[in-house]
Design a protein around this ligand. Structure first.
Ligand code: ATP
Length: 500
């Protein structure tokens, strides 16, 4: 047997889940080791709960396999899986007391008991648990959740945190191999959340079973997990320990979602050298010279110095006291740079900023060009991203010219191009948006915004879920409905070769 399989309690292989045409989870691959505390982290709607429900068996994957201890359980019903789930809402029975709530599943449970008959043969019988066994198990579960002696209490007399602990006791009393927790602290106030985070972590250690936890709270994920799976739009962005996710984000999304970051557009200017904010910096990442990159710098990795000692200089714009540190914003040229420091500064101070190579994380820029599949709909129009845009079709057919609103060859023969499939490329820098829906050629909602020092990087999603990236200096809100403007000369067309 493959030792890797033996170590992995759960494996998700190429899991996809679609509802009609909507892909809720896309190509999800994950290995969870026995006893690990794994957290699915991501914004609302990114597919965390759907993935958890597929592990529990409440949903079936559209594609892919779920292995438990190396065996395929993709089609096994939930009650046949050694897995229990704790939900955000406690789902306790209000008319039963604490004991009966926890014992509910145990009273229904049967176990195999082996007897010897008179002839000495082993006989296996299914038997219910005895009252004594049940009460011992309930007592142990209550000890683990730190509520010893609560057996007789009515559910209505318990606080929210206590109710959630009873829900956990009820889930662990069956001794599952895996406990799934879907935002279990979501309904609690901040103070109780923090207390319960520590308790859950210690419960995990006491029990030694595998926890798979869902949250959209990055601090919660970093505090509790051995491994964090960061998700966005049904896809895994990064899997790693809390330290890896925080210190070495793989994508701009992870950098922006986990903790606070300064993110700048940059370019590799030499071997392990990157240029951003108008200066060249040494870095540890060895990317090809000339590559467009995103540069991520945590606010605590920037040091304020005397002007002559800084790699860059700037004026202090704002200083906010945050209890343990100051959050200081410095304007350097067109860029805003956020710094976390135990030292304060004065507004309008002119100072230097120093960043060590270890503090500079360079990520290949995701893309600086939008690419779409399109179709020519008229002699000067191309349709893509749910809209129709003016374009110059002569770029598709060298040697042809526009004549009398027709595309003709040197002999004057007309070429009918309506219906031609094309690939459309539009530089991000050429796209703009407007809150006047009539102005643009298509429209959509803002689904993502990331601040990059002197501008925001936006993603606009159209009706049919095409994503359009653009830069804008102003702050818009997520969910804003906007129209998209693309000038004719920014649209680059090439003939799309059909896959056949
Ligand atoms: P949240 O933190 O808000 O619970 P999530 O990351 O857990 O979000 P999911 O509940 O997994 O997200 O949902 C992922 C996407 O799948 C969402 O867009 C959701 O609307 C969609 N979805 C989930 N269940 C169904 C369903 N039964 N039918 C259609 N779409 C669904």
């Amino acid at each position: 047997m493959n030792t890797n399989i033996a170590e992995n309690i759960i494996e998700l292989k190429g899991i996809k889940k679609y509802y009609d045409n909507f892909m809720a989870v896309e190509d999800f691959n994950l290995e969870v080791k026995k006893g690990e505390f794994v957290t699915f982290l991501g914004p609302s709607g990114c597919g965390k709960t759907t993935t958890l429900r597929m592990i529990a068996g409440f949903e079936l994957p559209s594609e892919g396999q779920i292995l438990l201890n190396g065996n395929d359980i993709s089609n096994l019903p939930p009650n046949k899986r050694p897995i229990n789930t704790v939900f955000q809402r406690y789902a306790l029975f209000p008319h039963l007391n604490v004991f009966d709530n926890i014992a509910f599943g145990l009273k229904l449970k049967t176990v195999n008991v082996t007897y010897k008959n008179n002839a000495g043969d082993a006989i296996v019988r299914k038997e219910k648990l005895s009252k004594k066994e049940i009460s011992e198990k309930v007592k142990r579960a209550l000890e683990i959740v730190d509520l010893e002696g609560f057996e007789k209490r009515d559910i209505s007399t318990l606080s929210g945190g206590q109710q959630q602990r009873i829900a956990i006791a009820r889930a662990i009393v069956n001794e599952p191999e895996i406990l799934l927790l879907d935002e279990p602290l979501g309904a609690l106030d901040l103070k109780m959340r923090k207390e319960m985070q520590i308790e859950l972590k210690s419960m995990h250690e006491k029990l030694g079973i595998t926890f798979i936890y869902v949250t959209h709270d990055q601090e919660e994920a970093l505090t509790m997990s051995d491994k964090v799976v960061v998700m966005c739009d049904g896809m895994i962005q990064q899997i790693g320990t809390p330290e890896e996710i925080y210190n070495e984000p793989n994508t701009v999304f992870v950098a922006d979602f986990i903790g606070e970051s300064n993110i700048f557009n940059g370019k590799m200017s030499g071997k392990k050298k990157v240029r951003f904010c108008g200066e060249e910096f040494e870095c540890l990442d060895d990317l090809p010279v000339g590559a467009d990159v995103d540069v991520v710098i945590r606010p605590e990795d920037i040091e304020m110095t005397a002007v002559e000692n800084g790699s860059i200089t700037g004026y202090v714009q704002s200083v906010i006291f945050k209890g343990m540190h100051y959050e200081i914003t410095v304007k350097s040229g067109k860029n805003e740079i956020v710094i976390k420091s135990t030292k304060s500064a004065n507004i309008n101070d002119f100072l230097g900023l120093k960043i060590e190579p270890e503090g500079i994380h360079v990520i290949h820029a995701e893309t600086n060009i939008n690419i779409f599949d399109g179709v020519i709909t008229a002699i000067d129009k191309v349709a893509f991203a749910d809209g129709e845009f003016e374009c110059d079709v002569t770029q598709l057919y060298p040697g042809y010219k526009m004549y009398d609103n027709m595309l003709v060859d040197t002999e004057g023969n007309e070429l009918n191009i309506v219906g031609t499939q094309v690939t459309v490329k539009v530089p991000i820098a050429s796209v703009s948006m407007s809150d006047d829906i009539e102005v643009g050629s298509t429209d959509g909602h803002i689904v993502s915004l990331i601040y990059k020092g002197d501008h925001y990087h936006y993603i606009i999603r159209t009706k049919s879920e095409e994503d359009i990236h653009l830069h804008d200096p102003y702050l818009w809100n997520e969910e804003d409905h906007v129209s998209i403007v693309i000038p004719k000369d920014a649209i680059e067309l090439s003939l799309r070769v059909s896959e056949e």
